[in-house]
Design a protein around this ligand. Structure first.
Ligand code: HEM
Length: 544
């Protein structure tokens, strides 16, 4: 027997709702129903850390929207004008049109200052979100096969985001942004042989020239955003196509994805999250002043304000420059400015190249050619986690030193002692951080092992008839036990091909030896996870 629910319209094959009618109209012309049905039901795993990529995306959209508004009022020109706007302290001052139009946006365009501040804050959040997203990918091993290419695309996005931020920061042609450009010019000039030519080419003559703002404008609103947009599209297509990684758990394996469908769950969540990110950035942009260019004045090459600081993501370069001793070589009438070249080009070059190629180095060291869709808990890969923390420590020390003048004046310390402390720490800190992190990872692995074998500390203390106090351990659920034991304990590779049958060293013997050392360094020390036998022994052997 069937019963009919009068509130449900019987299915006739003809859409009745407005959305259904629009869908039907489009389907009849584009034939999208099949593809949409398949893709909109795609499953995505859920975890808070997977939202970091979304923050990158949303802050980029906010940058595009607020940036479009700003282009209507900004004049990318270094032609000199006399300011007569409503900010009276600068009345009658000669300045570039770029700077005058920035003042105009800030004081005379309705909502202009809010838009400038939203744009600037969104840029800071964008680069921060990219950095944290990248760290989550690194520490969980989400870059492993088959996602190495997406790691490289992501790395490209990271570099472009830094470039985009710097280009935007330099547009208003105020004293602070001009100082940043002056430093960039110094770095370019320090590059042997080509540096002078590149500088002339970029600035259209001697620094600062009359072209740079115009050129940076094209780079900032067209070239780099276009590249970022293209790369984000490729990045997300790959995430979709390769499927998202997931955390280990009951019912999850390397071949399935456990989660919620894109439509309606993720669409609703993502939509809500976008407005949340927009709301927070708009609120901060409305309330917290950022880059008050009117206080700095127009750029004049022979002037500099005390306490000038770049945006946060350029701080590490500034710190590296401030840290380097003054080493310069002069020969045959040429100067090699190692004091600039090393901190601003060679050190970041090594740091960034290491970051880009890390997935390939790790795959070589581990000899692991399998696909991985289940994420690693950072503690279960102590050497990788140690390397990551060492890298962050190195970066953080450079960054800290970038504010050495502000720290010295605020905390009444000597600038030299801060600089010297950082010079020592930049070498010692990462090594120490690597060692401590590995020890913490091993400690956490031991704690996991104990938890599996003896249960979780319940916080309940009991006293036995003999007077002994002990804590009750509550057994873990099957699911939790699975999560703590499903990982693989890696072992060093056994590499035998060091000599051939005649005892002659194999052609790639050096490389093989290096690999043997590296794999031993990665996996030589390890904590074995609790086995099934140990577990059964622990529950039958009268433990708690
Ligand atoms: C404009 C910058 C970026 C945007 C908009 C972006 C966006 C996203 C989104 C939305 C996801 C899926 C959700 C998530 O896992 O967080 C994702 C995943 C991923 N991203 Fe990015 N990302 C950016 C930069 C980067 C960078 C700098 C890297 C690394 C160098 C990177 C590497 C990856 C990888 C490997 C995945 C797949 C992760 C997995 O399946 O677990 N991304 N990205």
């Amino acid at each position: 027997m069937t019963t009919e629910n009068p509130s449900v319209t019987p299915y006739t094959g003809t859409p009745t709702t407005p959305a259904g009618k629009v869908g039907d109209y489009l389907d009849q012309r584009l034939g999208i129903a099949g593809a949409a049905k398949k893709n909109l039901r795609k499953i995505f795993p859920d975890h808070w850390s997977f939202m970091l990529g979304e923050i990158c995306l949303y802050s980029f959209i906010i940058l595009l929207l607020s940036g479009i508004f700003l282009t209507f009022f900004f004049t990318p020109s270094m032609n000199e004008v006399t300011y007569n706007g409503s900010y009276t302290p600068l009345d009658g001052i000669k300045m570039s049109e770029a700077y005058a139009s920035t003042l105009n946006i800030s004081f005379d365009v309705r909502g202009g200052l809010l838009m400038r501040q939203i744009h600037h804050w969104a840029a800071l959040v964008f680069v921060m979100a990219i950095t944290v997203h990248m760290l989550r990918i690194f520490f969980t091993g989400a870059f492993r096969k088959p996602r190495e290419l997406n790691w490289l695309i992501g790395f490209g996005l990271f570099v472009l985001a830094l470039l985009e931020g710097f280009a935007g920061y330099s547009l208003p042609d105020d004293l602070l942004s001009g100082t940043g450009l002056r430093i960039a010019d110094g770095v370019i000039l320090s590059i042997p042989i080509v540096g002078t030519y590149v500088s002339f080419f970029l600035f259209g003559g001697q620094f600062p020239g009359t072209m740079i703002v115009q050129r940076l404008f094209t780079i900032h609103i067209l070239l780099v955003p276009g590249l970022i947009l293209g790369l984000i599209t490729a990045h997300l297509i790959l995430v979709f196509y390769q499927k998202h990684t997931q955390w280990a758990g009951p019912g999850r394996n390397e071949k399935n994805v456990v989660g919620l469908p894109l439509m309606p769950v993720y669409m609703a969540k993502a939509g809500g999250f976008f407005f949340l990110v927009f709301g927070v950035i708009a609120a901060v942009g409305g309330m917290v002043s950022i880059n008050p260019v009117w206080l700095y004045g127009p750029y004049v090459p022979n002037q500099l304000t005390a306490g000038s600081q770049p945006d946060w993501y350029i701080g590490f370069l500034e710190g590296a420059l401030r840290m380097m001793p003054n080493v310069e070589w002069n020969f045959w009438g040429h100067t090699l400015s190692l004091n600039v070249l090393i901190p601003a080009a060679i050190v970041p070059g090594i740091l960034f190249t290491g970051l880009a190629v890390y997935p390939f180095i790790e795959a070589w060291v581990t000899g692991d050619k399998r696909e991985h869709h289940i994420l690693d808990r950072p503690r279960n890969m102590p050497t990788r986690t140690g390397i990551g923390v060492a890298g962050c420590t190195f970066y953080a020390i450079l960054w800290f030193n970038g504010a050495n003048d502000i720290i010295a004046t605020h905390f009444h310390l000597s600038l030299e002692s801060i600089t010297w402390t950082c010079r020592v720490l930049v070498f010692v800190g990462p090594v120490f951080a690597f060692w401590v992190t590995r020890r913490i990872c091993f400690g956490l692995q031991r704690a996991d092992r104990d938890k599996v074998l003896h249960g979780r500390e319940a916080g309940i203390i009991v006293r036995s008839p003999e007077g002994e106090f002990s804590e009750i351990h509550a057994p873990l659920s099957d699911g939790d036990r699975y999560k703590l034991t499903s990982h693989e304990v890696h072992r060093p590779l056994t590499l035998t091909e060091v000599t051939d049958s005649n005892g002659v060293p194999a052609p790639r013997v050096r490389r093989a030896k290096l690999r043997a050392k590296a794999t031993e360094w990665y996996f030589g020390e390890r904590i074995e996870k609790a086995t099934e036998e140990e577990y059964h022994e622990s529950i039958t052997g009268g433990h708690h």
